[in-house]
Design a protein around this ligand. Sequence first.
Ligand code: ADP
Ligand code: MG
Length: 266
Amino acid sequence: MTGTTTTPTPGPTLKPMVSIAGVHKFFGEHHVLKGIDMTVKAGEVSVIIGPSGSGKSTLLRCINLLETISAGRIHVHDELIGFKDVNGKLHDLSSKAIAGQRREIGMVFQRFNLFPHMTALQNVIEAPTQVKHQSKAAAKLKALELLEMVGLSDRANFYPAQLSGGQQQRVAIARALAMEPELMLFDEPTSALDPELVGDVLEVMKDLAKSGMTMIVVTHEIGFAREVGDTLTFMDAGVVVESGNPRDIIANPQHHRTKEFLSRVL
Ligand code: ADP
Ligand code: MG
């Protein structure tokens, strides 16, 4: 031992939950991710910002295995979720392993994607009963707890069309949490909302962050990034331009592209 001591810090632990190394993604000839490196530790909130078309959604979709990567490596927990070796041979997980991985990752999209013919409660219990084979009674108990957590206990029996966009988005968050994910991905969860509905959704996300959930959040809400983010990553044209402490980057962006982007959204 060298005699150096480390002081335990509160908050996120040091275990990486997501580790992304040299990830490339092509859609045909279109090179969309150009060597992305990123690490998200367990319990951390990692915020990603960047102009439209910079590859943010594609990156989230690769983490959630909705897309396969063209090169590089992504680990979630300790699981490798697909990579290409030096000979260019793609190593994919079996479909069973992919399903297992995906079950541990919750995703919330810009559009709420609720099942329109199901009530809020039915939306939340669908995956736990169908995929995890939980009993309806147990799933319902848990779902009511989650709906309470997102402030919608009194809307359990409403259909999506009877809910505001912000309420639908909070149901979508409850639905993702019902699978007890270890990682939550948010892809511009408030971008489609009327401004007065944004706050309630961000509040739920903030509570979730406080509860210790590991989260990757793509958003243009710079206030959320500053207040809740442990790290901020600025992406542009398929590369990470700048990454670090959100407060530092927002107050003092190093790269001219980050400066220009922030001046447009702040
Ligand atoms: P962002 O979320 O930052 O706006 P995206 O990841 O959605 O960016 O898109 C990055 C680029 O990849 C865009 O040019 C987009 O048109 C392209 N793209 C995304 N998905 C597909 C796809 N399935 N097929 C072809 N091109 C795609
Ligand atoms: Mg997007």
